[in-house]
Each structure stands twice: as structure tokens, then as C-alpha cells.
Design a protein around this ligand. Sequence first.
Ligand SMILES: [Fe+2]
Ligand SMILES: [Fe+2]
Length: 137
Amino acid sequence: MPVGPSLRQLHAHQAIHDGGLAGAKSKTEEVAGFYASGDLELAEQATNELLGYWESRILSHADAEEDGFYQEVTEKNPDLQEAVVQLKRDHELMRIVVRSIHQQRETSGWSEAILHKLYALLEINELHSREEERLLF
Ligand SMILES: [Fe+2]
Ligand SMILES: [Fe+2]
């Protein structure tokens, strides 16, 4: 797949990371706020919306990278092969956590444990983005 210029340029790529993370953070705070005020139904609805955001904004960015950008980077510099393997594992961890939240909602409904996983996702994502910016540019 052809790689858009925004993935290749550090500043544009960084802006995608920062925009994605800022949106996920504020939506996670919304979930936390509903939980704190005791409204689990709204917390559940906001979680649903947030998972959609993770999928459409952040995991789709990861898919796009694996669909062309990472290959392009390793073709230009084969020494980055190992870094790319590690970055792909970060993506996979985020996909696994998102799936596990979906599963937990379906089987046991909304609980505080879901909020912990949502915070874990933010942390993995931020670490991943900084590593990607450091290693590939
Ligand atoms: Fe990535
Ligand atoms: Fe990225």
C-alpha cells in the first residue's frame, strides 16, 4: 500500500500521535467522571464510544504503519528490523487490551477493572509513540 507523506515526516507523524492520545485521554477522563459520579450506565456508554475511538483513530494508524510504512523503513535501513518487530508487538498489545475490554463488557458488564485497562492503554500508547519517534526517525 502506498505510504502517505504524513507517516514519513516526523512532525506530521508526531501530530497524529499527539492528537490521537489527547482524544483518548479526554474520553477516558469522561469515563472516569461517570464512574466517580456513580453512573455506570453512562460509564458503559462512554467506554463503548472510547473503544470505537481506539479502533478508528489509534489501531487504524497502527494498521496503516504495518501496511506499508514499516516495510518502507526496513527496506531503507535493514538495521531497523528488530525495532520494527518491537513496535509491532506494542501495536499487538494495544489490540489485545482493546479486545479484552470488549470481552469483559460482554461477559461481566462494566466494572472499575475496565477503567484500569483504559488507563493501561493510554500508557502503552504513549510509550509506543515516543519509541517509534525515537527509533524510526
Ligand atoms: Fe505505531
Ligand atoms: Fe505512528
